[in-house]
Design a protein around this ligand. Structure first.
Ligand SMILES: CC/C=C\C/C=C\C/C=C\C/C=C\C=C\C(=O)SCCNC(=O)CCNC(=O)[C@H](O)C(C)(C)COP(=O)(O)OP(=O)(O)OC[C@H]1O[C@@H](n2cnc3c(N)ncnc32)[C@H](O)[C@@H]1OP(=O)(O)O
Ligand SMILES: Cc1cc2nc3c(=O)[nH]c(=O)nc-3n(C[C@H](O)[C@H](O)[C@H](O)COP(=O)(O)OP(=O)(O)OC[C@H]3O[C@@H](n4cnc5c(N)ncnc54)[C@H](O)[C@@H]3O)c2cc1C
Length: 664
C-alpha cells in the first residue's frame, strides 16, 4: 500500500458518524457552517499564504502581517461578515497580529470598564478601526503584581486633565501586543493620584500616535521590545515599550464604570467591586481556554495522522512494517492528548457560558459569582495552557525526526503557543489565586454558607474525606459516578490538608507562602475535577449521530483515567483510591486505547482543519507525507544553488589547505 492510501484505509475503520462529530466539535451546526466556509475562504486566498513565513526576516514578517491584517479587514467589509464570521476569519489567518489585541482586549476593556457615555464615544471608532488600540498594563518592573504598577495619572484640577507619567525606568510599559508599531490608542493602567493621595491602579484611554502621520504624540516614546522565542512565530506581533513624559489627557478618558473622579477632583467609588478593573483579564482568560483546545487539537491532528502513515519495524515475511500508531507506547502518549483536546473544548464551552452568566449578573448588580468566575477562568487558563504547551512538544517527539522540521508545523506552533503559560497571568500566580479561593471556601464550611457552583462538592466534605472507592474490577472505572467521586475526594482531601497545615501558622500570609507548592497542587486537583465533571456533564446531553456519543464516552474515560494515572501519587496518598484500584485504572486505560484506536483518524478529521490551517506536511489530509517532504526540501533557499554561497571564501580554502601544507 502507498503512504497516500494509509489514511483512506484508516477512515474506513471509523466507528462513528464523522460529519455529526464535526458539529459537536464546532459547538453547533451554525458554528460549523461558518467555520467550514470561512476556513476554506482563507485557505484559497493567496494573500493568506503562510508556508514561507519562517524564512522571512523580522521586518518582512511584520510587513506580511500588516498586509494580511489589512486584507482580512478588506474581505470582512466586502463580504459584510458578521462579528462571528470576522472573528473566525482572523482565527484562520493564523498569524498573531495587533488586531488580536484591538478586538480581544482594547474593545473589551472599554466595554467592561467604560461608562455608557464612554462606550458611545469610543466603541464606534474602534469597531470601524478608525482608531487601533492595545492593552497597556504590564511594565518592565511589574507584570504579575498589578498593584505594584508605577505609571502615574495625576489629576490636575486647573485644567481638568490627568497627567500620565513614567517616573522610573521600571515603570516603562513593556510587552503590550500591538503597541510597538501600530496602535494609535491604548488603555493604559496607571496609579490614580489626586491631591497627593494614591487611589490605586485604574484604566485610562490614551492616544499614542497621530491619526495623520502615525508619529508618536508629544511626550510619548514608543517602540518594539525586540525579537522573541523562535523563528517566525510570535515575531509577527509588535509587543511594545512605552514611556510617558507628563502626557495630558482629558478627565473623561479615565474609564469610569468602577470609580469616578469629579470635576472638583473628588474620588467616588460605585457599588461595582474594585476587582472589575481586572475584568478584561477574566474575559481573555476564558477565551484562552477555548484557544488551548484549538492549539492542542491542531498538534494532535498532525501527530495522529503522521503516526498512522509512519511505519517502523515488525515486518513479517516481507509484509508492511508496523504503523507506529499501533505501538502501545505511542498510544499511551498520544491518545490522552486527543482526549484532552475534546475535554478542553467542552470545558471551554462551559466557561464561555459561565462568563456570559456572570456578565449578565454584573449588569444587574449581582456580584456574588465574580470570585468563582475569577477562580475558574484563572485556574482553567493555567491548567489547559500548561497541558497544551507540554502536549505540543510531546506531539513533536511523537513525530520522530521529521517533527523537528519546520515543515511539520510543530516547532512554530510550539513557539507561538508557549507564552500562553505566561501572558494573561503567569500560570503559577493564577493557581495561587485559585488556592486562595479554595482556602476561603474550606474556611467557610460549617458556617451555614453552603458552597455552590464548582465548589459545591466541598459541601460533602465529610463524606468525601472518609469515603472508600468502590472499584473492584477494571470495568468499574467506566462508571461516571465512580470517576467523579475519586476526583472529588482527591481535590477535597488536598484542599482540607492544606487548610489544616495553614491553620498551624499564626500568620496566615506566612503560612500561605510556606505552603504555596502544596496549594498549587490542590488548585490543579480542583481544576482537573472541573474539566472531568464538565466532560461528564456534556455526555448527559442528547448527542445525535451514529456512535458519536460512544466515542465521546471513551474519550472522557481516557481523559479521566489518564489524569488519574499521571497523578496516582495524589490519589493514593490522600487515600482516595487504593494502589490496587490505581492498577485497575491503568488496566482499563489500556483497553480504552484499543477501543478508540480504529476511530482516531476520524476523530482528528472531526476538527475539520484545512491543510492551510494545519500548516504541516506531516498532518496533511491525504497523508502523502514522503513525497511532500521530499519536494519541500528542494524549495529551501539553501538549495537554490548546488554550490553554496560562501564556498569560495570559507570551504575551498579549508579543502585546499593540504596542498598548501604539502608545499611547506
Ligand atoms: C488578546 C486577546 C485575544 C484573544 C486571546 C487569545 C490569545 C491571546 C493572545 C495573545 C496574548 C495577548 C495578550 C496578553 C495580554 C496580557 O498579558 S495583559 C496582562 C495580564 N496580566 C496579568 O494577568 C497579571 C496577573 N496578575 C493579576 O491578575 C493580579 O495582580 C493578581 C495576581 C490577581 C493579584 O492581584 P491583587 O494583588 O490585587 O490581588 P489579591 O490581593 O491577591 O486579590 C484581591 C482580591 O481580588 C480578587 N481578584 C483578583 N483578580 C481578580 C479578577 N481578575 N477578577 C475578580 N477578582 C479578582 C482576589 O480573588 C481577591 O479577592 P478576595 O480574596 O475576595 O479579597
Ligand atoms: C507574548 C506576550 C504577550 C503579552 N502581551 C501583553 C499585553 O498585551 N499587555 C500587557 O499588559 N501585558 C502583556 N504581557 C505581559 C504578561 O501579562 C506578563 O508577562 C505576565 O502577566 C507575567 O508577569 P511577569 O512577566 O511580571 O512575570 P513575573 O511575575 O516576574 O514572573 C517570574 C517568575 O516569578 C514567579 N512568581 C511571580 N510572583 C509570584 C508569587 N506571588 N508567588 C510565586 N511565584 C511567583 C512566576 O511564577 C514566574 O516563575 C505579555 C507577555 C508575553 C510574554
Amino acid at each position: 500500500m502507498e503512504a497516500v492510501d494509509y489514511l483512506a484505509e484508516e477512515r474506513r475503520k471509523a466507528e462513528f458518524d464523522v460529519e455529526e462529530m464535526k458539529i459537536v466539535w464546532a459547538g453547533s451546526r451554525h458554528a460549523y457552517e461558518i467555520s467550514d466556509r470561512v476556513s476554506r475562504l482563507v485557505a484559497s486566498d493567496p494573500v493568506f499564504r503562510k508556508d514561507n513565513r519562517t524564512m522571512l526576516s523580522r521586518k518582512d514578517l511584520f510587513k506580511d502581517t500588516l498586509r494580511k491584517a489589512a486584507h482580512a479587514w478588506k474581505r470582512i467589509i466586502e463580504l459584510r461578515l458578521s462579528e462571528e464570521e470576522a472573528k473566525t476569519l482572523r482565527f484562520y489567518v493564523d498569524q498573531p497580529a495587533y488586531t488580536d489585541l484591538h478586538w480581544g482586549m482594547f474593545i473589551p476593556a472599554i466595554k467592561g470598564q467604560g461608562t455608557e457615555e464612554q462606550q458611545q464615544k469610543w466603541l464606534p471608532m474602534a469597531y470601524k478601526m478608525q482608531i487601533i488600540g492595545c492593552y497597556a498594563q504590564t511594565e518592565l518592573g511589574h507584570g504579575s503584581n498589578v498593584q505594584g504598577l508605577e505609571t502615574t495619572a495625576k489629576f490636575d484640577p486647573q485644567t481638568d486633565e490627568f497627567v500620565i507619567h513614567s517616573p522610573t525606568l521600571t515603570s516603562s510599559k513593556w510587552w503590550p501586543g500591538g503597541l510597538g508599531k501600530v496602535s494609535t490608542h491604548a488603555v493604559v493602567y496607571a496609579r490614580l493620584i489626586i491631591d497627593g493621595q494614591d487611589h490605586g491602579v485604574h484604566g485610562f484611554i490614551v492616544q499614542l500616535r497621530s491619526l495623520d502621520d502615525h508619529s508618536p504624540l508629544p511626550g510619548i516614546t514608543v517602540g518594539d521590545v525586540g525579537m522573541k522565542f523562535g523563528s517566525g512565530a510570535y515575531n509577527s506581533m509588535d509587543n511594545g515599550v512605552l514611556r510617558f513624559d507628563h502626557v495630558r489627557i482629558p478627565r473623561n478618558q479615565m474609564l469610569m464604570r468602577v470609580s469616578q473622579v469629579t470635576r472638583e477632583g473628588k474620588y467616588m467609588q460605585s457599588d461595582v467591586p474594585r476587582q472589575l478593573v481586572y475584568g478584561t483579564m477574566v474575559y481573555v482568560r476564558q477565551t484562552i481556554v477555548s484557544d488551548a483546545s484549538r492549539a492542542l487539537s491542531r498538534a494532535v491532528c498532525i501527530a495522529t495522522r503522521y503516526s498512522a502513515v509512519r511505519r517502523q519495524f515488525g515486518s513479517q515475511n516481507g509484509g508492511p512494517e508496523t504503523q507506529v500508531i499501533n505501538y502501545k507506547t505511542q498510544q499511551s502518549r498520544l491518545f490522552p492528548l486527543l482526549a484532552s483536546a475534546y475535554a478542553f473544548k467542552f470545558v471551554g464551552e462551559w466557561l464561555k457560558w459561565l462568563y456570559a452568566d456572570v456578565t449578565q449578573r454584573l449588569e444587574a448588580n449581582d456580584f456574588s459569582t465574580l470570585p468563582e468566575a475569577h477562580a475558574c477562568t484563572a485556574g482553567l487558563k493555567s491548567v489547559t495552557t500548561s497541558a497544551t504547551a507540554d502536549a505540543i512538544e510531546e506531539c513533536r517527539k511523537l513525530c520522530g525526526g521529521h517533527g523537528y522540521l519546520s515543515s511539520s508545523g510543530l516547532p512554530e506552533l510550539f513557539a507561538v503557543y508557549i507564552p500562553a503559560c505566561t501572558y494573561e497571568g503567569d500560570n503559577i500566580v493564577l493557581l495561587l489565586q485559585v488556592a486562595r479561593f479554595l482556602m476561603k471556601t474550606v474556611s467557610q464550611l460549617g458556617s451555614g454558607k453552603n458552597p455552590v457552583g464548582t465548589t459545591a462538592y466541598m459541601g460533602r466534605v465529610e463524606h468525601l474525606t472518609q469515603c472508600n472507592c468502590e472499584v473492584q474490577r477494571a470495568e468499574d472505572w467506566l462508571k461516571p459516578s465512580v470517576i467523579l467521586e475519586a476526583f472529588e475526594a482527591r481535590a477535597a482531601r488536598m484542599s482540607v490538608a492544606c487548610a489544616k497545615s495553614l491553620s498551624k501558622f499564626s500568620n496566615p500570609e506566612e503560612g500561605f507562602a510556606e505552603l504555596s507548592a502544596d496549594l498549587v497542587e490542590a488548585a490543579v486537583a480542583h481544576c482537573q475535577l472541573i474539566i472531568v465533571s464538565k466532560f461528564i456533564e456534556k455526555l448527559q446531553q442528547d448527542i445525535p449521530g451514529k456512535g458519536v456519543k460512544r466515542q465521546l464516552e471513551t474519550l472522557c474515560n481516557i481523559y479521566a483515567l489518564y489524569l488519574l494515572h499521571k497523578h496516582l501519587g495524589d490519589f493514593i496518598s490522600t487515600g482516595s483510591i487504593s494502589p490496587k484500584q490505581g492498577a485497575l485504572a491503568n488496566e482499563q486505560l489500556r483497553l480504552l486505547y484499543s477501543q478508540v484506536r480504529p476511530s482516531v483518524i476520524a476523530l482528528v478529521d472531526a476538527f475539520n482543519y484545512t491543510d492551510h490551517y494545519l500548516g504541516s506536511i506531516l498532518g496533511c489530509y491525504d497523508g502523502n507525507v514522503y513525497q511532500k517532504l521530499y519536494d519541500e526540501a528542494w524549495k529551501d533557499p539553501l538549495n537554490e544553488t548546488v554550490v553554496p554561497d560562501g564556498y569560495h571564501e570559507y570551504i575551498r580554502p579549508i579543502l585546499k589547505q593540504h596542498i598548501r601544507n604539502a608545499r611547506l
